[in-house]
Design a protein around this ligand. Structure first.
Ligand code: NI
Length: 260
């Protein structure tokens, strides 16, 4: 058992932000956390995530093409690469995948929807859960998953939808991922939703190197700060850190079946 007994279910340790001290950080993560799931965003980052998972017991990979990166896909052969990774014992999910209508230079919506459809179908074929990225695409995301609710398991990472949307997702059996934003002064809505979501549907994450929690805002985020998110969630739920740690670790293993 690690010092904190918690997972960071979403961190990008493959990014260059960690090139200078990745080894030191990984050693500390191995002491403090149960594990980290590193999602890929394209071929290079997915491969890096798999390599990290091969080198460290506590690291797990998800593989996939992020909606912000699907415009780089040349043809459907990327699915063959995904299929090879899908059977790897430490590849625990397909992700992160989804829809991102925020950035105007992302692929057109029909292209994003096609790549989401293909990757979700592949996840179902290999019986893997998915990690969903949804930014300013709530309507299309809900239309898509209304049809998928009993066919694929998922976490909606860094949840940013409404309370009504959260209620639907919970009804469909999905998990909601919460990170550093829950600690931001202006994020009252996020805390309100977090306080509402039943503990059986909660997962915690950092999305490092981004979205650093209070009091470290302005600095690079890292998986060790998951502690601050779990602490905030425990406060909002009126339970102890330990209870929240045990429950969220149980949730992590229930969704990501290959996580030990
Ligand atoms: Ni991410």
């Amino acid at each position: 058992m690690s010092r904190l007994g918690i997972f960071d279910t979403h961190a990008h340790l493959d990014t260059p932000h960690f090139d200078e001290d990745r080894g030191v950080l990984l050693a500390q993560i191995g002491e403090d956390l149960e594990g980290v799931i590193n999602p890929g965003c394209d071929e290079i980052s997915s491969r890096f995530a798999v390599e990290l998972a091969e080198k460290h017991d506590f690291m797990y990979a998800a593989v996939g093409w992020h909606p912000g990166d699907v415009k780089g896909i040349k043809d459907d052969s990327y699915l063959e690469q995904l299929a090879k990774w899908a059977v790897h014992p430490k590849v625990v999910a397909i992700g992160e995948i989804g829809l991102d209508y925020y950035w105007k230079d992302n692929a057109p919506r029909d292209v994003q929807l096609l790549r989401l459809r293909q990757q979700v179908d592949l996840a179902k074929e290999y019986n893997l859960p998915i990690i969903v990225h949804d930014r300013e695409a709530h309507g299309d995301i809900m239309d898509f998953f209304r049809e998928e609710q009993d066919k694929v398991k998922a976490v909606f990472h860094c949840y940013s939808g409404s309370l009504e949307m959260a209620k639907e997702l919970i009804k469909w059996g999905y998990y909601l991922g919460f990170g550093g934003t829950a600690t931001y002064k202006t994020a009252e809505k996020v805390r309100e939703i977090l306080a509402y979501v039943p503990v059986e549907h909660l997962l915690f994450e950092t999305d490092a190197p981004y979205l650093t929690p209070v009091p470290h805002r302005g600095k690079r985020n890292n998986p060790l700060y998951t502690e601050l998110v779990v602490q905030k969630a425990a406060e909002l739920k009126g339970i102890s850190f330990e209870e929240m740690a045990v429950q969220s670790t149980k949730n992590t293993k229930e969704l990501f079946k290959k996580v030990k």
